[in-house]
Write a protein that binds this ligand. Structure first.
Ligand code: ZN
Length: 227
């Protein structure tokens, strides 16, 4: 009886520790981001960002709940078929779930992140990351500092490993920076994001981002709004 109670308490502590960091996340509400032409969709604890590209869209990350993303897109009159490209900051489940909605899109991610989905690196113990798309031809792996010209925009990938082995951030038109989970915004300061695989490398990447950030009008995080 006591053993069972101890096991229940331990499981409860582990579960609480897993969800606790989410209590401090504060993504943007869905809708147009003030002062820009970018649309945010709030999906549970994070944001996807839609950048207009003429009649089409470029998307940063793909959320954790495909159905909720779909209904928000319908509400905001965004046609998933008009998404030209989805740029993934990394492949954790809360950034990839709605990829199947964007059936015409090319999926971009860092070359280093490939190890997270091909089985060569585990996210935790025996858990691998997965992309919910089976068409490998649609995935383009980007080197560091690679520029993709798409829909009239220039999207530059910047490698920032740490949170996952191949995390990347994206500079769009050298004006906006999308940083995914490369850091946690804590009262205006950048600190290591929860659930990070390699804290030392994440710290090095944060220094790299701090140098980069001064160049951009706005920095969009996945879980903490705009910096
Ligand atoms: Zn995340």
């Amino acid at each position: 009886m006591y053993l069972l109670l101890i096991i229940v308490i331990l499981v409860a502590i582990i579960a609480l520790a897993a969800v606790w960091p989410m209590c401090f996340m504060h993504p943007l509400a869905s809708g147009k981001v003030e002062g820009t032409d970018i649309t945010a969709i709030k999906n549970r604890s994070n944001n996807l960002f839609f950048i207009p590209a003429g009649e089409n869209w470029i998307v940063i990350d793909a959320g954790s709940d495909s159905r909720a993303v779909q209904s928000e897109m319908e509400r905001l009159s965004i046609d998933a078929g008009k998404v030209l490209g989805v740029f993934l900051t990394h492949t954790d489940y809360d950034h990839v779930a709605s990829l199947p909605l964007f059936s015409n899109a090319t999926i971009y991610m860092s070359e280093q992140e490939k190890q997270m989905i091909d089985g060569s690196t585990y996210r935790q113990l025996i858990k691998k990351n997965k992309l919910p798309v089976c068409d490998a031809d649609r995935i383009v792996y980007l080197p560091d500092n690679e520029v993709v010209e798409l829909g009239g925009h220039r999207v530059r990938s910047i490698w920032v490993p740490g949170h996952t082995k191949g995390s990347a951030i994206y500079a769009v038109d050298e004006k906006y920076l999308f940083t995914g989970d490369a850091f946690k915004a804590d009262k205006g300061r950048m600190t290591v994001h929860p659930y990070t695989m390699d804290r030392r490398r994440a710290d090095e990447s944060i220094s790299k981002i701090e140098n980069e950030c001064s160049w951009y009008e706005k920095v969009y995080t996945a879980h903490y709004g705009i910096l």
